[in-house]
Design a protein around this ligand. Structure first.
Ligand code: KIV
Length: 277
């Protein structure tokens, strides 16, 4: 039986009931349809597609058009899964008006279920305006890849009492602004736990320890598809890259030996060929 699609109201309900859920990425139709067949409740079409799909070094070069191009097929491929469209760098940091216009494009041109954007206290007034304009917003704090240069690189955040306090202030401001959930990336377990306890909205943790409401991972990471790079918080739940290389090598070997294509893979109809050569 196909799984039932989660709704915005379920986020609050799951939190109240202490029910955990799982959140992964997809950037294309085929992967989205595979996630749709799984029990995972949420798909993020993240701007991490910059590295995973496009081979860029950071997320900063991805445009709003790029995001829309990737969100659309994911929505088509995963009708039973809640879909989050990531807002890329430069599409919401100019003004609340710019953020509303960009989010409107994402929602109207892709039909995804909400948008996600990075930022804490400073972004709260923008989130408030977006929510008032009818846009469902998921926040994202902690390690925020779009501004990782300002954070001094891809580092664990909230490792001191002062920085942990700042993260809690960021999270409370975003909740107050009306976000319905919040991603927290790369923080010590104690900070993940404190945020879960401090907030009424679900805390969706990636590298935030076990005491959050939901675990998030990049699909290509958790299936070991993405080369040798493995952040500490990633567990490999399957070895898909190895399987793919094995399959490709088998195809190569059978092509060279002539074993492929055998009769069952051929159109074996007799045709009289006119003599033209
Ligand atoms: O773009 C992305 O994949 C993300 C996750 C790291 C949460 O924002």
């Amino acid at each position: 039986m196909a799984k039932k699609k989660m709704t915005i109201l379920d986020f609050k309900k799951y939190k109240e009931e202490g029910r955990k859920f799982a959140y992964v990425t997809a950037y294309d139709y085929t992967t989205a349809s595979i996630v749709n067949d799984s029990e995972c409740e949420i798909i993020l079409v993240g701007d991490s597609l910059a590295m995973v799909m496009l081979g860029y070094n950071t997320t900063v070069g991805v445009t709003l058009d790029d995001m829309i191009h990737h969100i659309r097929p994911v929505v088509k491929g995963a009708p039973n899964t809640f879909i989050v469209g990531d807002m890329p760098f430069g599409s919401y940091n100019v003004s609340p008006e710019q953020a509303i216009a960009s989010a409107n494009r994402i929602l109207m041109e892709t039909n995804c279920d909400c948008v996600k954007l990075e930022g804490g206290v400073d972004m709260a007034p923008t989130i408030e305006r977006m929510v008032k304009a009818g846009i469902p917003v998921m926040g994202h704090i902690g390690l925020t890849p779009q501004t990782s240069t300002s954070l001094g690189g891809f580092k664990v955040q909230g490792g001191t009492p002062e920085s942990a306090k700042k993260l809690i202030e960021d999270a409370l401001a975003i909740e107050k602004a009306g976000a319905f959930s919040i991603v927290v990336e790369c923080v010590p377990n104690a900070v993940g736990k404190a945020l879960k306890e401090a907030l009424k909205i679900p805390v969706l943790g990636i590298g935030a320890g076990p005491d959050v409401d939901c675990q998030v991972l990049v699909t290509q990471d958790l299936l070991a598809m993405y080369g040798d790079f493995k952040p500490k918080f990633v567990k490999h739940f399957a070895k898909i890259r190895e399987e793919m290389v094995k399959g490709l090598n088998q195809f190569h070997a059978e092509t060279l030996s002539g074993e492929f294509p055998s009769p069952e893979y051929c159109f074996n109809k007799e045709v009289e060929i006119p003599k033209l050569y």
